[in-house]
Design a binder for this molecule. Structure first.
Ligand code: ATP
Ligand code: MG
Length: 574
């Protein structure tokens, strides 16, 4: 391809709204242009990268026997109502109505559509397992679209779904996907880690997230250097503890203290000169029509994902200020566990175990209590692991200190079990002639997000440095002086010889200054470059160098350059 025809609109300036390197570079290098918030045109360079990522995905999924199909982007509300997700998905789902006022979703994911297909087409255990995937545009009306295609409202996902007669078959396919994902991300040049994860709105049991470690990642990963335990923040477990008070603990009486205008642990702690650890945070949540008071030590946070799992519900919401007043009789900020109505379920996090003489809200505006004793003043309905784990907390497997790193979630695999098939009546006939719901797995991979993640991990101050397997071109030819017939002619010859040896070449045939061609070459990050200039040609040579080590220049006759680059690329692949 010639640059003059390639439509690569590079920019000298950073876009104003780009917070992370990949977003900044994707706009500047002419890969992306915004159309609306979180919605982008994928320019020609981006399309080439996307096709390469998709090709790798297809090759690796082929290898594990998954087959490609395409489901529609639009799906009718009725299907989503069968599983309750028409409501559960909330504002994240983009919706529209047709001319007959029938409601549709712009697919954020496709469990319902594929389960509907399976219940119609797959009848017997003899037809199982079935392993299908698609690569398709997805829509999610994210609260905070940002970081370019990392968190977009329209993006490309590979979503796979498998159907099984039994758990062993599901486990086999699940494991095959985990391995295929590893190969895919490796081939895309990504350093990654598979971690135990929360299943979010999709539900089910076992699941793993694939995290690309990067400082700009939106997810937190807690990992143990000693035993290899790794989990996402939503999943990372605390260590259960018994509620035994330290020996010699002498309880104080429960007393109300006046704390006007002081609602946060921080404010009250300052006023009373008490440590945050001696506070009980009482947070009220509505879940499935009942109210739960979640208690955690004053210096820690409640993790809503863990609370959801503990309660066995799909959604929890912080109680509204009106609801808080109804329950506690006080404004927000003064809730305490000891005088709550009986129908409020009280769940205490293990962080409170073994602590007495606590400070809590008094369920009275502008008042707190001191001397609160769990067991004497309040009896939790349950103890549970609810708090957000942070770096330095003990590993739940071996007790060593956990390390906290940031990650970009590029893939997520779940064992769904019978969650969707049971809800939708998707059954097959088993060997004994009984009807049973399919066991399902689902396997997501963010194709556009992979491209952003690859740039996060492969760039320098000058621009992108593509890993060869997903680079838009493999080699860029840079004739330094387009007014020199010898330079132009050599570049053209080289361009032909690149084709002849099967190299994807981009010829920068623009009449621009050498400096600006080099700057653009750094920016768009083609892995190899061959520079053709009058001075070199006077000595009978051109200069070849890799993008990632520009100083490693090899001078060689023009006729040998294409073969050399080909050989270097092959050598890396082996
Ligand atoms: P996240 O926690 O980042 O919102 P998710 O748990 O909602 O992700 P899944 O529903 O498992 O994601 O979707 C599968 C994959 O699709 C994710 O692993 C991610 O790579 C990608 N993905 C999800 N949401 C977006 C988005 N808004 N923009 C780009 N890619 C996305
Ligand atoms: Mg999401």
């Amino acid at each position: 391809m010639r640059w003059s025809q390639a439509f690569i609109p590079t920019l000298k300036e950073d876009p104003a709204d780009a917070e992370v390197a990949s977003h900044r570079l994707m706009v500047r290098a002419g890969l992306l242009r915004p159309v609306a918030r979180g919605i982008y045109t994928y320019l020609p360079l981006m399309q080439r990268v996307l096709l390469k990522v998709q090709r790798i995905v297809r090759e690796e999924l082929d290898r594990i026997g998954a087959v490609e199909l395409v489901m529609p982007i639009l799906s009718p509300a009725e299907l989503w109502r069968e599983t309750g997700r028409w409501d559960l998905y909330g504002d994240l789902m983009m919706r529209l109505e047709d001319r007959h006022d029938r409601a549709y979703a712009l697919g954020p994911t496709h469990e319902e559509v594929i389960t509907d297909l399976a219940r119609q087409e797959v009848r017997s255990y003899r037809d199982l397992p079935v392993n299908l995937y698609q690569i398709q545009t997805k829509f999610r009306d994210e609260i905070r679209p940002r970081f370019g295609v990392m968190r977009a409202r329209e993006f490309v996902m590979k979503d796979g779904y498998s159907f099984h007669a039994d758990a062993a078959s599901l486990a086999e396919t699940y494991d095959a996907y985990v391995e295929a994902y590893g190969r895919i991300f490796e081939r895309c040049g990504l350093g990654f880690r598979a971690v135990e994860a929360s299943s979010g709105a999709i539900g089910g049991d076992e699941n793993h997230e694939f995290m690309v470690l990067a400082d700009t990642g939106e997810s937190l990963v807690l990992s143990c250097g000693a035993c290899g335990y790794a989990a996402s923040e939503e999943r990372a477990e605390g260590v259960p503890a018994a509620h035994d008070l330290p020996p010699g603990h002498a309880p104080n009486p429960l007393e109300e203290v006046h704390t006007p205008e002081r609602k946060t642990v921080e404010d009250v702690a300052a006023l009373l000169e008490r440590d945050h650890r001696s506070f009980v945070k009482t947070l009220l949540f509505d879940a499935d029509g009942t109210t739960t008071a979640a208690l955690v030590r004053g210096d820690r946070e409640i993790n809503e994902e863990k609370l959801k799992r503990h309660l066995g519900v799909q959604r929890v919401e912080m109680a509204s200020p009106e609801r808080v007043r109804e329950i506690t009789g006080a404004a927000v900020g003064y809730a305490g566990p000891h005088t709550l109505p009986d129908d409020v379920r009280i769940v205490a996090d293990y962080s409170l175990a073994g602590r007495g003489d606590l400070v809590a809200g008094a369920n009275r505006t502008d008042w707190h209590v001191t001397g609160l004793e769990i067991g004497r003043d309040v009896e939790p309905d349950e103890w549970a692991d609810l708090m957000t784990i942070v770096g330095g907390d003990p590993c739940p497997r071996c007790g060593a200190a956990l390390e906290e790193t940031r990650g970009i979630e590029v893939g997520h695999v779940f064992k769904l079990g019978a969650k969707y098939s049971a809800a939708m009546g998707a059954t097959f006939q088993d060997e004994d002639g009984e009807q049973r719901p399919f066991l399902m797995g689902c396997y997501g991979l963010g194709v556009t997000r992979v491209v952003a993640a690859a740039i996060e991990q492969n760039h320098d101050e000058g621009g992108i440095a593509w890993p060869v397997p997903i680079a838009p071109y493999e080699v860029e030819l840079i004739p330094l002086n387009m007014d020199s017939p010898e330079v132009v002619e050599t570049a053209e010859r080289l361009y032909e010889s690149c084709r002849a040896v099967g190299l994807e070449a981009l010829l920068d045939d623009r009449p621009d200054r050498a400096g600006s061609k080099f700057a653009d070459a750094d920016l768009i990050g083609i892995p190899w470059r061959i520079v053709i200039g009058d001075r070199g040609l006077a000595d009978g040579v051109v200069e070849a160098a890799p993008r990632e080590a520009k100083a490693d220049v090899e001078k060689l006759p023009p006729d040998e350059a294409a073969a050399l680059v080909r050989e270097r690329i092959e050598a890396r692949r082996r």
